[in-house]
Design a protein around this ligand. Sequence first.
Ligand SMILES: Nc1c(NC[C@H](O)[C@H](O)[C@H](O)CO)[nH]c(=O)[nH]c1=O
Ligand SMILES: CC(=O)[C@@H](O)COP(=O)(O)O
Length: 190
Amino acid sequence: MATENKNLSEYDKNTIPNAKDFRFGIVVSEWNDTITEGLYNGAFDALVDCDVPAQQIIRWNVPGSFELIYGAKKMLQTQNVDAVIVIGCVIQGETKHFDFVCEGVTQGIKDLNVQTDVPVIFCVLTDNNMQQSIDRSGGVHGNKGTEAAIAAIKMAYIRQQASIAHVYNQPLLASGAIQIEDSPKKIENE
Ligand SMILES: Nc1c(NC[C@H](O)[C@H](O)[C@H](O)CO)[nH]c(=O)[nH]c1=O
Ligand SMILES: CC(=O)[C@@H](O)COP(=O)(O)O
């Protein structure tokens, strides 16, 4: 379903886990900063709306979207965060540079999600023109930053529940709940 058929800012708080104890890192690209600031505001406001205290949200800036990879890596290595959101806006220019930046960032963020234990949420617009970016950073299609914040909360919750399930050697149910018997099972030696 294309973005034009979905408002990026819509979410149902009844489907969102309790996020008040989670800490979030947000790495923001300075390229196209009028757009990335709008995306950041959408993400920040959504996290606060979901009861995340502002002091539990850490923001770092990087020069461009390609630097989001290194910024996110250092954020999750050095800060006690439960998820990281990377925010960028890549707009097609005259050359193929757009393709390489978009592919590089996509692969780099994917690698972080594979190689580390903290979820990294991809809030990077890859647009043909500025109007498309405006439309997705608080315009007619909503705000991708809001969408990313909700994804970050949900992934931080899965990380937390999976960790608990592992400790108690219990299955993590589809509902996200874990089935802990009355008395925790003896933790099997790994
Ligand atoms: N053209 C855009 C860039 N280009 C810069 C790269 O992201 C990178 O900072 C540079 O190649 C140095 O490593 N970045 C964006 O975020 N958006 C663009 O439209
Ligand atoms: C994504 C880019 O790096 C691109 O916007 C740069 O523009 P150009 O391809 O005209 O150099």
